[in-house]
Design a protein around this ligand. Sequence first.
Ligand SMILES: [Fe+2]
Length: 307
Amino acid sequence: MILRLPKNLVRKGLYIEAVECPSHEFARRRFMVETQEDLNAIRMSSAVDILVSQKKSQIDVLALLKQAPPQYHRQANPADPQMLEIKGALSDAVLSMHRGMSEAAAGRLDMSQIADAAASARQAVEAAPDLFVQVTRLKAKDKASYMHSISVAGLMTEMAARLELDDDLIDEIGRAGILHDLGKLLIPNAILNKPGKLNAAEMRMMRSHPEIGYRHMKKLGGVSDLILDVCRLHHEALDGSGYPLGLKDEQIGIAVRICTVCDVFDALTSVRSYKGAWSASDALTWMYDRPNLFDRKLVLRLSSMLN
Ligand SMILES: [Fe+2]
């Protein structure tokens, strides 16, 4: 379990996942605090919190957590009602998504199960978006791809709700989130899960997933234009540097923009084979600093959702 602690509780023997600074002044991640210099560097940083791995630390993190103010406690309390609700809704979402997608590659996509998965994702995020992000960032490896889509769908619906979009549209945006990476089902696992760097051909294949997913769903029929757009265009960027079409600015609609921001945020804050998890504030800062790629208003909206 990765736990958040106030930085004044930093001790030797803690394994640091990230020091949550508003800027990138503290670049070191994933290390054991071993020396007085490590302690000083963390204490002198502008960070408020540190993220530590309970498993990899050499001291009792839960005992240390007891010294933290009350708002830090619920993350470690499996009986916290909001935590239980989020976890329950997320397992419902995984189950529905599994049912809905189990034969998707063969051409059978059960949209009612996809809608159930999106509704459960919405239920999971509504009560406490910050806690939702904490839970979904720790994805079990076998469930990682489903959980990524569920996490993105949850964040998308919450953002759509905060933007006061119509309820039907919010629901459709949730389904779009569940289905945005459908094309990855059709990419060989050897490429999807390759631990090292992809070669040029593999990268091309990987980058074809939006178009593959779009064509697959279009062939299946009965999928709305919004869902098709989100699937095909979620890797576009506002300055035209994205793929597959290189669209720009107003050519990229609101649902696609919401997906892009939530997708990248979830990717950055999750552990992947090639990187550790970034803190939410680092991910938001990184995205905010790139208005050429992401809609800044939506990055700010996400930030206000999580604070
Ligand atoms: Fe994608």
